[in-house]
Design a protein around this ligand. Structure first.
Ligand code: ADP
Ligand code: MG
Length: 246
């Protein structure tokens, strides 16, 4: 039975989509069977970060409601064990029946080692769609106090929903702060009351790769963010991978 992760945050622009694509491609690079699902209904862009904009666009609704087989989900050209379902553009999240979507996720867990759901901003219908069936959560946040407060609130919401396995990814950390980041990260974990899955440095390659519609792990395989995504992918698999503070 595969693991079902939702990548969430209260705010938009924290890096959910980049983190989701980065970890999913890192897992697929290691041969894991991964299904990515874009849950940002109406505003999809996970296809760009995965470098799959040209791979056809089978939406999750096509599979959950319109009879397409999960096997029709396009495979990644570089990481062939990664498949992708995009978000529908012609229906709002409020109008999506969660029952067939949940059924799709159950089937996906039988066929894949990992299923990653890229959640939209906010905590409304799209968030509920992405989180209801998930049992593992990566909460993407910046390092500033406002971002952490926001993350803490989302952590509370997930706890109220009975979700326990919530870990933070602190994204866009300034490299010059790295020497003091242990302190910062401790503060962040205390403030949010959540453990850490990893930190990702501010890295221009993330935006450049998306501008070229290429997956970061292909565009700049050894850049800081790519290394961070690989480390988080290792932790997601339960491997020992200490966070490098220097
Ligand atoms: N580690 C990073 N370093 C630099 N830019 C980043 C990083 N992570 C994300 N970004 C940029 O931040 C913007 C928002 O990222 P995105 O993944 O789309 O966030 P979200 O899905 O939360 O809205 C994008 O322009 C992306 O390229
Ligand atoms: Mg996004």
């Amino acid at each position: 039975m595969g693991e079902l992760y939702a990548v969430v945050s209260g705010k938009g622009g924290t890096g959910k989509t980049s983190v989701c694509a980065g970890i999913a491609t890192a897992l697929a690079e290691g041969g894991k069977r991964v299904l990515c699902i874009d849950c940002d209904v109406g505003l999809r862009n996970l296809d760009i970060s995965l470098g799959m904009s040209d791979s056809g666009n089978l939406s999750f609704l096509d599979v959950s409601e319109f009879g397409y087989d999960l096997k029709n989900a396009p495979h990644h050209g570089i990481f062939p064990t990664l498949s992708f379902l995009t978000a529908p553009m012609n229906r709002s999240a409020e109008d999506i029946d969660p029952a067939p979507f949940t059924e799709l996720l159950h089937r996906a867990r039988e066929e894949f080692d990992f299923v990653f759901l890229d959640a939209p901003a906010g905590v409304d219908a799209g968030f509920r769609l992405a989180t209801t069936a998930a049992d593992q959560f990566l909460l993407v946040t910046g390092a500033g106090p406002a971002a952490v407060r926001d993350a803490a609130r989302v952590g509370e919401l997930l706890e109220l929903a009975g979700k326990r396995n919530v870990r933070m990814v602190v994204n866009r950390v300034d490299k010059s702060m790295l020497s003091t980041v242990r302190m910062t990260v401790d503060d962040i974990m205390d403030a949010a009351g959540l453990p850490l899955a990893g930190i990702v440095l501010e890295d221009p390659h993330v935006t450049l790769a998306a501008a070229f519609s290429l997956p970061l792990l292909q565009y700049a395989s050894r850049c800081d963010a790519a290394k961070a995504y690989r480390r988080i992918a290792a932790r997601v698999q339960g491997l020992y991978c200490p966070i490098p503070f220097r």
